[in-house]
Design a protein around this ligand. Sequence first.
Ligand code: MN3
Length: 234
Amino acid sequence: MKIETDKPLTYPFALAPLPFAYDALEPYIDAATMRVHHDKHHQTYITHLNAALEGYPEWHGLSIEELLLERHGELPIAIRQTVHDQGGGHLHHQLFWEILKPGATGSRPTGTLAQAIDRDFGSFEAFKAGFVDTGARHFASGWVFLLVNPANGKLEIVSCRDHDSALLQNKTALLLNDLWEHAYYLKYQSARVDYLKAFWNAVNWEHVGRRLESALAVKAQPERANKKFSHSVR
Ligand code: MN3
């Protein structure tokens, strides 16, 4: 699965600042969770990813997407699983911060995204219910995604275990929510459903909409899709 974010960097990977204050998503996602999630959990994935790659300079010029997807099968076996786990953790969180936004209560998709959601799920309300249900039923740690298949523009809701989204082939992530307990346990404890419902107050639908249009534009211009070192999603 393609994740792509606005930060196409290479080794040594670094933690970008959170694009808003830690308490900006209160009361839906609390400041204490945001601080430990961004500063500790995400940073730890990056630290372990860099440590794994340190002794392999021939791999230092690649983006995280190339390490996880295009070139992953060529990585030395000694670091292949670590790059999958820690690199997946880095990439998923990088996109997660991008699709969050303070003050989003009541906002909803517009334009092409709104039309695609209505077409494939029946309504925005039905989509949200399906996303919450998939996230609630997912067993153990992982992520729930809204994906688009760029080949036909069709949307779908999928969850993956741990950081295994790279196994979801030929799809592009538009929206994701974190199902690891570190994402919600301080505030919601075992009430994962309440966290999943509160998430709708913190989604940056403009950014999700731009991601759909970008994914569809790549399909319309195959020469761009084949350009190996292009990472822009906008
Ligand atoms: Mn997390």
